[in-house]
Design a protein around this ligand. Structure first.
Ligand SMILES: Cc1cc2nc3c(=O)[nH]c(=O)nc-3n(C[C@H](O)[C@H](O)[C@H](O)COP(=O)(O)OP(=O)(O)OC[C@H]3O[C@@H](n4cnc5c(N)ncnc54)[C@H](O)[C@@H]3O)c2cc1C
Length: 383
């Protein structure tokens, strides 16, 4: 048996690190404050309709990383799934991301690709030579009409601030396609786990060297005297928020049911600020291979994260950088713990990146020769 390892969080980060270390002969204890495994990817069947629900918001698996794709396919059958999102703006429903269909429908045209490209280029605000903000970037690229209909309101609701206050880097590339491709992601591998993410994580955790303790809150004073902690909880939380709180957005979900098919697709965005929610998710469309007469939908509201809320999206505005930097310094002065995952490194991470990083962390730990210096606080430094 190897050294004793404590892992905080039974989400994808904790589960993958735990399995890799367990396979190498280490005893691994995983604690999670929640009453279930799988962290924010948790799925469970809705008691009333039988539909598989993505409890903390919709999760679509997409990756170009062949090793990660093979890894998840060892624990689940992945069913083919393409993420095709629609948006309601004003009195109309459009296709997203903004593509040739959206442009033709919005402007009442029958453009071919080159014509649409020239038309949108003409719409772009050429007076903005070096866009600094999200708004300037969008106006420069797509012009006022498309910005108002598809970017402005949704972004305001999602981030709780004006796109004038968000950095241009959020909208890096031209956010418009001049063909009819409405697949949200470009990745080679995409799919949905046939029996849900929680079942997949349960299989990852299924190893005799792994013990999982749910409904168990970890405080840094609980760390074992010897051994190592991999911590996938919030970075500021590890230090009892002593320097202040890193800013997050949280989500509220308003559940409702419907007999039949409520909206005909999994995700319908709402771009208008007059509609208080950002989107409605109809979960049965995430499992098109299943049949359900009833349907369960979630209206999704985004707002500032208060201390009692679940942190979802790190905000990472300029004001947060100094605080983040201070926490990173504290973490790097602390021995015996490595900060991992979306909360431990205060970054938005897709599931495939989370798994890739978890595999890298585990391999780094296992590759260390006896007597090597302590594991670093971060293998993936937040700044
Ligand atoms: C709304 C939303 C939608 C998303 N959609 C997608 C998508 O479509 N595709 C995609 O690839 N990715 C998506 N993601 C990203 C995905 O959720 C993350 O990649 C994944 O959850 C990261 O896993 P993790 O283990 O790092 O963190 P988490 O899943 O958050 O797990 C951390 C765990 O640590 C536990 N914990 C925290 N602090 C403590 C403590 N002190 N003591 C004990 N336990 C503690 C928590 O309870 C939690 O279970 C989405 C994220 C969000 C927010």
């Amino acid at each position: 048996m190897g050294k004793s390892i404590m892992i905080v969080g039974a989400g994808l980060s904790g589960a993958v690190i735990g399995r890799e270390l367990a396979l190498a002969g280490h005893r691994v204890e995983i604690v999670d404050a929640r009453a279930h495994i799988a962290g924010n990817c948790h799925t469970q069947r809705d008691a009333e309709t039988g539909v598989m629900v993505h409890v903390y918001g919709p999760h679509i698996f997409h990756t170009d990383d062949a090793e990660v794709w093979n890894y998840v396919n060892r624990f689940q059958t992945f069913m083919p799934y393409k993420n095709r999102v629609k948006t309601t703006s004003g009195e109309h429903v459009y296709s997203l991301p903004v593509n040739l269909h959206t442009i033709n429908q919005f402007f009442g045209k029958t453009f071919r690709p080159d014509e649409a490209r020239a038309f949108i280029d003409e719409k772009g605000d050429k007076s903005i030579s070096e866009p600094q903000t999200f708004e300037e970037q969008a106006l420069r690229f797509v012009g006022k009409e498309l910005y108002d209909a598809f970017f402005k309101g949704y972004t305001e609701k999602q981030w709780g601030c004006s796109p004038k206050d968000l950095p241009a880097s959020i909208l890096k590339r031209l956010p418009v396609r001049f063909n009819y491709d409405d697949d949200y992601f470009f990745h080679k591998h995409q799919g949905m786990p046939e029996t849900g993410y929680t079942n997949m994580v349960s299989r990852i955790l299924d190893h005799p060297n792994i013990t999982v303790c749910l409904s168990t809150w970890f405080h840094r004073t609980d760390a074992p005297a010897s051994g190592h902690v991999f911590y996938s909880g919030p970075l500021d939380g590890y230090f009892d928020f002593e320097l202040g709180r890193l800013a997050y957005r949280t989500l509220d979900f308003e559940r409702f049911t419907y007999q039949g098919d409520y909206q005909g697709c999994a995700v319908m965005n709402y771009g208008d600020v007059s509609v208080p929610f950002t989107r409605i998710t109809e979960h049965k469309h995430f499992s098109p291979w299943e049949q359900h007469a009833g349907s369960v939908c979630y209206r999704e509201f985004s707002r500032q994260c208060d201390p009692q809320d679940i942190p979802y999206y790190p905000i990472r505005l300029v004001a947060d950088r100094q605080l983040l930097s201070d926490y990173v310094t504290r973490a790097e002065e602390t021995s015996g713990v490595t900060f991992v995952g979306r909360l431990g490194t205060y970054r938005y991470l897709d599931m495939d990146v989370t798994i890739r990083e978890a595999l890298d962390v585990a391999r780094f730990y296992l590759a260390r020769a006896p007597g090597d210096p302590d594991m670093p606080a971060f293998l993936h430094r937040p700044i």
